[in-house]
Write a protein that binds this ligand. Structure first.
Ligand SMILES: [Zn+2]
Length: 293
């Protein structure tokens, strides 16, 4: 795996923010982590996925922790919170985490965590919800309401053995106690032309973010872990971390079809490459990143 010279933290400069209708979007890179490639690609055989990316000596992929910073109608929204500061050193070492603390990254990039009005968490796994509160249990975004789908909050509180210890139930309880947790159902507008949409598939209450007008290329989408990188665009390439793979394939097919025909701009939560990208169909009917001329 080739070493990278990319900085640990990075943000789209304000002058290069993308505008979709009433909303402008910047990408915030808050660090790296290394998911196990076998888990990431699930049942997909290595000879197929290894055309797109490579692994380190421990069989791990080098992935980004990407957040979005959105401004719409005077509201500042942050999408995702990274891994945060509550993991043990051993966990950080196994997961290959570098950085990951959203408030530290934002401050280093010249942005004030206290200026965030809304935090959207795509789902309650550690690499998306780990930075909701700090090590002492205080919300890292003191003035924000945190938006989570009710189905995911209930899954985190539930009794399924597969989910025990996997979802950030304790952080959720701390946010509820601080009065900052907002559980939503389905598709909800949070600011002008910024909506969350329950997708399920990856977790019971995973949500995507839809930005901009309903039609045309003035629309963007953030898929969460439903499609974590451009390497997972083949519609049946669900991961071993998807709790509901049959649902995941159906909703991936629906969203990718709409993204291709609508010319939507796509943001991926773990992709190390440049974003956003548009999608196209290959001659064989596969969804691929549209080549820029
Ligand atoms: Zn993830």
């Amino acid at each position: 795996m080739a070493p990278t010279t990319e900085p640990l933290y990075a943000i789209t400069p304000p002058s290069e923010a993308r505008t979709y209708g009433a909303a402008s979007v910047r990408v915030v890179r808050v660090g790296w982590f290394r998911p196990d490639a076998g888990g990431f690609f699930g049942v997909v055989p290595r000879p197929l996925w290894s055309r797109f990316t490579e692994t380190d000596e421990r069989g791990r992929l080098r992935c980004r922790l990407n957040l979005l910073l959105i401004e719409a109608g005077g509201t500042r929204l942050l999408v995702e919170t990274g891994t945060g500061e509550r993991l043990t050193d051993k966990d950080r070492e196994i997961k290959g985490i570098e950085g990951g603390q959203p408030a530290v990254a934002l401050r280093e990039l010249g942005e004030d965590p206290a200026s965030v009005d809304v935090v959207i968490v795509s789902h309650l796994h550690y690499d998306h919800a780990g930075g909701m509160v700090d090590a002492s249990g205080q919300p890292l975004f003191p003035n924000a309401r945190y938006v989570v789908q009710r189905d995911d909050a209930e899954a985190a509180r539930g009794r399924e053995l597969r989910l025990q210890g996997i979802m950030e139930a304790e952080q959720l309880d701390l946010l509820r106690a601080s009065g900052q947790l907002e559980e939503v159902d389905g598709e909800v507008e949070l600011a002008p032309e910024v909506r969350v949409m329950r997708t399920g598939g990856h977790t019971r209450g995973s949500q995507a973010v839809l930005i901009g007008a309903a039609h045309g290329s003035q629309r963007a989408v953030f898929f969460g872990d439903l499609i974590p990188t451009r390497w997972q665009l083949p519609v049946r390439w669900t991961s071993a971390f998807d709790d509901y793979p049959i649902d995941a394939v159906e909703v991936r097919h629906d969203l990718l079809s709409r993204a291709v025909t609508g010319g939507w701009w796509c943001y991926f939560t773990h992709d190390p490459g440049p974003m956003p990208v548009q999608l196209a169909l290959s001659e064989r009917g596969a969804v691929v990143v549209r080549e820029t001329p």
